[in-house]
Write a protein that binds this ligand. Structure first.
Ligand code: 5AD
Ligand code: FES
Length: 363
């Protein structure tokens, strides 16, 4: 069967006809059910540090932001993981800004403590790190690593991700290369992009989605760009970043199309319904993504006092709910869709990222 190509993906991204879109939603939901089933896996998100050495133009944690910075200790990280376990989650995601203060040893200690104490799978999301660190963490028990490549357009990537001082051209800056190295180390690898980041055109977004298939990603996060006033892309000069023609909007419909197409391109991947989408549509964002391709939710288990300080963008959904309240709310939402909460670590179900859209779907 032919593969979905650039032209088809782009045509679906700009599609406006409600009847045609119903077909896209139904196909994404069918492929999701057939390939990864009805279980919705819950990953407890631990926001371990809001320190960051980088200055990405879209992110509220960027080094120049005036923020009340914190870094959790290995004991606090373990305690948050225990909370995830008590709530019945099968895995945790330890995420942070790019923080050298989360040292190789500190992170390894937290991983070993969680593995000794719980059956949880561990995903790391700690930015661009050295092979030595990544190898140590894998040996300590880490299972997966998330590193969004953010955009497949190299010019846009360079514009919005300034080099670290003294590290221009460093191989560590190449996120695709790091993803490949992590896969060779035995990690399940995840990546993703923001929808509607200023400067993103329909062609860029179509290429982004095709990159997911090319890399045969195990996990793919796609959420809308949400402007943060602490950043150049959310400040008075924001308009200067917009693509002169064909700028992708950072809206819910476009994000849902991207999620649905991601499921068709990578049928076996684990795809979260993102917090950014829930922030854009608090009523229905999570549910709509779960009905249009997604099969994972990442509820926050960071201690409340820290969570409010992890402000990548403002108004993040579920910032003030305790982990237990969020749990009750989410389980109800999942059951109301006729789905169940997944048990166990919820890793990649099989090995190949082939397409399984029916031929009727190609046009
Ligand atoms: N809006 C939406 N998502 C954002 N991220 C960073 N800044 C923003 C923003 N302003 C996403 C990036 C990053 C992930 C952890 O959060 O894609 O990889
Ligand atoms: Fe978190 Fe509802 S999903 S409070």
């Amino acid at each position: 069967m032919a593969e979905l190509g650039h032209a088809e993906v782009k045509a679906w991204l700009v599609e406006r006809d409600p009847a045609a879109l119903e077909g896209l939603w139904a196909e994404a939901d069918r492929v999701r059910r057939e390939r990864v089933g009805d279980a919705v896996h819950l990953r407890g998100l631990i926001e371990a540090s809001n320190h960051c050495v980088r200055a990405c133009h879209y992110c509220g944690l960027r080094a120049p932001s005036r923020l009340d910075r914190y870094r959790m200790t290995p004991e606090e990280i373990l305690e948050a993981a225990r909370e995830a376990r008590r709530l019945g989650y099968g895995s945790v995601v330890i995420q942070a800004g790019e923080d050298p203060g989360l040292t190789e040893g500190l992170v390894a200690e937290a991983i070993r403590a969680i593995k000794a104490d719980t059956p949880l799978a561990i995903t790391l999301s700690l930015g661009e790190r050295s092979d030595a660190e990544l190898t140590t963490w894998k040996a300590a028990g880490a299972d997966r690593y998330l590193l969004r490549f953010e955009t497949s357009d190299p010019d846009l990537y360079h514009l919005i991700h300034p080099d670290l001082p003294g590290r221009a051209g460093d191989q560590a800056r190449d996120r695709f290369a790091q993803l490949r190295r992590m896969r060779a180390m035995g990690y399940e690898i995840g990546s993703g992009v923001m929808v509607g980041i200023p400067g993103q055109t329909w062609d860029t977004l179509a290429s982004d989605l095709l990159c997911f298939r090319e890399f045969d990603l195990d996990m793919i996060g796609v959420g809308p760009f949400l402007p943060s006033p602490r950043t150049p892309m959310g400040g008075p000069d924001a308009a200067a970043y917009l693509a002169p023609r064909g700028q992708v909007p950072n809206d819910e419909l476009t994000t849902l199309k991207a999620v649905a197409l991601t499921r068709l391109l990578c049928p076996a991947a684990n795809i979260p319904s993102t917090t950014a989408l829930a922030t854009l549509d608090r009523e229905q964002g999570r549910e709509l993504a779960l009905q249009r391709g997604a099969n994972v939710v990442m509820p926050n288990v960071t201690p409340l006092a820290y969570r409010v300080r992890y402000e990548i963008y403002p108004g993040k959904a579920c910032v003030n709910e305790t982990a237990a309240a969020c749990q009750g709310c989410l389980e109800g939402r999942i059951r109301s869709l006729g789905r169940q909460v997944g048990r166990g670590p919820g890793g990649r179900v099989n090995t190949e990222c082939q397409e399984s859209a029916t031929s009727a779907f190609y046009r």
